[in-house]
Design a protein around this ligand. Structure first.
Ligand SMILES: *Cc1c(COP(=O)(O)O)cnc(C)c1O
Length: 392
């Protein structure tokens, strides 16, 4: 079986975790802040807050920006549901923006149009927009940032796919064009801590607030207390927070994996180049990377050409039958019953997301995928095509 994505665990990773397990603190030990510091250095950002998942990170990022009932949050029509759910946790309403056909990212052009229509018709404007770096490539953050200045929204980048990627020559997650950036350390993502995630920000007040929200809304800092008391047992809960803490031994894995990140990005890019030489561009639209970006290639997404899109599901079944665990990232979020049944959304508003949904297929890509497997996948795809074309 060839999975679409998979962790790579080295003996150094195992040793690091094993050492952490034998130390004094399993949960809030020294490796939590060490991981945060190393991640901040890597990203070139002032502060990071590590948590138990990217979903938690998105939730506390929304809360820290003041998202609550009655507010509106917009995100990309094509993403994992967590990008939208975070806003729902806060009691906010969610709307979606169509994607750019070439990158599958939120379209800055569609965003601009949707904002202009909302503003001119007196509708509510979003408090926060959550662009997603699909497959590992940053959206057009300069244009989205410019729109935020005009329309007064805040920006959370969902960079769950894009740790190690670059945009305009700097690492994604440096928050040049956003308030907060979020990462995932789920095993299929760029590095793993088992479950895990992080927020990065250059705004230290936001970082402090997210640190509190990660742990019940509690502070132990006298400067933050309402009635400071200089006694070791004393702490105050300032607002409603959660237990979104990550453990010390997970951070041991994170620190060790972070050392391997650049190698992971390089291997994934090499696999992507290899696919691009083997796959037939007459049948498939291959991934496009903007000249502004270095993609981390979390995913390698091809699209069946429009005129052949009717074979997509059959092709999907065929590849799965060979043990090639292709996938679809993602079903448009508004199509899930939880969102669809509100009656708020129409597929007619998202022509590019709909076309993507009919044509996309994620091929296997991960650091331990070897040349033979890349060949096997490419050949299987092209074999299927030579058999299918006779029927079209
Ligand atoms: C994986 C993913 C998440 C959620 O990550 P978890 O760490 O599993 O909570 C959120 N957004 C996107 C785009 C993702 O791919």
């Amino acid at each position: 079986m060839i999975p679409y994505g998979k962790q790579s665990i080295s003996s150094e990773d195992v040793d690091a975790v094993s050492k952490a397990l034998q130390d004094e603190f399993l949960t809030q030990g020294p490796r939590v802040s060490e991981f945060e510091e190393r991640l901040a250095d890597y990203l070139g950002v002032k502060s990071t807050v590590v948590v138990n998942s990217a979903t938690s990170a998105l939730h506390i990022a929304c809360l820290a920006l003041g998202v609550g009932p009655g507010d509106l949050v917009w995100t990309s029509a094509i993403s994992f549901v967590a990008s939208a759910n975070a806003a729902k946790y806060c009691g906010a309403d969610v709307d979606f923006v169509d994607i750019e056909p070439s990158t599958f990212n939120i379209s800055a052009h569609s965003l601009g149009e949707k904002l202009a229509i909302a503003a001119s018709s007196g509708q509510k404007l979003p408090k926060v927009v959550i662009p997603v770096s699909m497959a590992g490539q940053s959206p057009d953050m300069e244009s989205i940032f410019a729109l935020s200045q005009t329309y007064g929204f805040r920006i959370i980048e969902d960079n769950s796919h894009a740790l190690g990627a670059e945009h305009l020559g700097v690492k994604v997650g440096g928050c040049q064009f956003s308030d907060i950036s979020v990462f995932s350390f789920h095993p299929v993502k760029m590095i793993t801590t088992g479950e895990g995630g992080a927020c990065s920000t250059n705004n230290l007040a936001l970082a402090r607030r997210m640190e509190r929200l990660r742990s019940h809304g509690i502070t132990r800092s006298q400067e933050e207390m309402v009635s400071p008391r200089d006694i070791p047992y004393y702490y105050e809960q300032l607002e409603l927070g959660y237990n979104y803490r990550i453990t010390d031994f997970q951070c041991a894995l994170g620190i060790s994996q972070l050392k391997r990140l650049d190698e992971f990005v390089a291997v994934r890019n090499a696999i992507a180049s290899s696919y691009s030489l083997k796959l037939d561009r007459n049948v498939l639209d291959l991934p496009f990377t903007s000249a502004n970006n270095v993609s981390s290639f979390h995913l390698y997404i091809v699209r069946i050409k429009e005129e052949f899109q009717s074979i997509r599901d059959e092709l999907f079944h065929y590849l799965r039958s060979l043990g090639i665990m292709v996938n679809l990232h993602y079903i448009p979020i508004y199509r899930h019953p939880y969102y669809w049944n509100t009656g708020l959304y129409s597929e007619l508003d998202f022509p590019n997301a709909e076309s993507y949904f009919r044509r996309a297929i994620s091929l296997p890509i991960h650091p331990s995928l070897d040349d033979k497997e890349v060949d096997f996948v490419s050949n299987a795809l092209m074999d299927y095509w030579s058999h299918a074309r006779s029927k079209l």
